[in-house]
Design a protein around this ligand. Structure first.
Ligand SMILES: Nc1ncnc2c1ncn2[C@@H]1O[C@H](COP(=O)(O)OP(=O)(O)OP(=O)(O)O)[C@@H](O)[C@H]1O
Ligand SMILES: [Mg+2]
Length: 409
């Protein structure tokens, strides 16, 4: 155990995580209840049995679209003619829900999320109801999804993220904003509001209704929010870089994180107010770009660069295995930093995380997870890869849409 881990496990003496998880009509589960402990949880089963679905359900206990970025309607359980309760899709009127008992440093809170038909869209025709995700805390409807962040925080790593460094900037930007949000709950609201205003601005420009006052109002609001978004991103990236400097540079190599965005860069040399003025003018100048379907520069285009620190090598030029190790390195640093910052541990959702790791790396990662002393949900098709956790982890097996405790050792 390294010295940072010792400090963390002392600091983290009252653990956090879920002591009960319940799903109903969620993906392949009609009803599922698990009573996990606050340590590592290994979920195994054949391909397509529903392992990732459990992690996705857990991710819905935090704000946002979950770890698959799925449409709310896709998550609702689809019954098949093989199911006892089969109903053809148009008649299937069930709605999914996920709830949990959360232990936050000793305090027990019930949190839950479910789909509700939005009355706003009701016009007498049932098919015009829209889906909306609602959140309840201790049985009371919460004003926004953001409330969940006060009780539970989740950090995830999925096989899709193996391509994070090589593909387009959008998934990297989402990763970055989730990272920022983990330290600053207001960030989710800011980015959602910015997106909302941005869509309105684009729609207005494309409709040909060039109402100058309305456009200027939107640009003012966008530039104020945009500068707040850029400033929050800068603050959290600087905090993480500083934290990483003192981390052991071992089997999961240390990274350097950089922001590549016009607004973030301008904040290096100008005051927030000056950058806001610049942004406002820039949006005004770019009205033409929208009309001609060209890209609009701003916080919606910011990219997030990761470097293999010791080699000064951009992550996108690193090998596949190195890229996975860099991602794990970021996530471990974020986890530790978050525990120190917030005083309660996030849960880790690690989907097939050991699949492409060699034996040495796999054991090193499992060791680190054990040292972090938190609730880590790990999926795999092969339980035997986790023999080193046989005394520390709970093992569950998924089969026939059911989950059972199953000790493979
Ligand atoms: N809305 C839904 N209703 C019912 N079943 C669904 C729904 N959405 C997905 N499924 C099914 O859930 C099953 C399990 O998916 P999941 O991704 O959790 O599997 P997995 O155990 O993680 O598999 P793998 O090892 O291949 O990653 C799939 O067979 C999928 O078709
Ligand atoms: Mg899976």
């Amino acid at each position: 155990m390294d010295s940072a881990a010792v400090i963390l496990s002392e600091f983290n003496s009252t653990k956090s995580g879920l002591s009960r998880l319940t799903l109903s009509d969620f993906r392949n589960y009609s009803y599922l209840r698990i009573n996990p402990h606050l340590g590592p949880i290994i979920i195994t089963g054949e391909n397509g049995t529903g392992k990732t679905n459990i992690l996705e359900a857990l991710s819905f206990l935090t704000p946002g679209k979950g770890l698959r970025g799925a449409k709310l309607s896709d998550v609702k359980r689809i019954t098949t003619p093989f199911d006892q309760d089969y109903l053809p899709t148009p008649l299937n009127n069930t709605n999914w829900a996920v709830s949990a008992l959360v232990n936050k440093s000793g305090e027990i809170i019930e949190i839950g999320t479910a789909i509700e038909k939005s009355l706003k869209e009701y016009n007498g025709d049932d098919s015009r109801y829209g889906d909306r995700r609602i959140v309840k805390i201790n049985g009371q409807k919460a004003p926004s999804q953001n409330e969940l962040g006060k009780y539970l925080s989740a950090i995830w790593l999925t096989p899709q993220m193996d391509r994070l460094f090589r593909g387009g900037a959008q998934p990297r930007r989402s990763f970055l904003d989730r990272l920022v949000y983990a330290f600053d709950i207001e960030h989710a609201k800011r980015t959602a509001n910015f997106e909302h205003l941005y869509k309105q601005w684009i729609q207005l420009l494309k409709s040909g209704n060039l109402d100058n006052n309305w456009l200027t109002t939107l640009e003012e609001a966008m530039s104020a929010l945009g500068v707040a978004i850029a400033a929050a991103r800068r603050e959290i990236i600087a905090k993480l870089n500083k934290f990483i400097e003192n981390e052991p540079d071992d089997i999961f190599p240390n990274v350097r994180l950089e922001l590549e965005g016009t607004i973030e860069k301008l904040l290096n040399k100008l005051s927030a107010l000056e950058v806001e003025d610049f942004y406002k003018e820039s949006l005004k100048r770019q009205r033409r770009s929208v009309i001609y379907n060209e890209n609009v520069d701003g916080v919606n285009r910011t990219d997030f660069k990761v470097y293999y620190r010791k080699k000064s090598m951009p992550a996108e030029l690193c090998s596949t295995g190195e890229q996975k190790s860099l991602l794990i390195s970021i996530i471990l640093a974020q986890t530790k930093c978050q525990i120190l910052d917030k005083g309660f541990s996030p849960i880790l959702l690690l989907d097939e995380v050991v699949a492409h790791l060699d034996d040495l790396k796999r054991e090193a990662l499992l060791d680190k997870i054990k040292d972090l002393n938190l609730q880590a949900w790990i999926t795999s098709t092969n339980p035997l890869l986790f023999s080193s956790l046989k005394n520390d982890a709970m093992f569950f097996e998924v089969r026939n849409n059911q989950v059972t405790l199953h000790n493979p050792f």
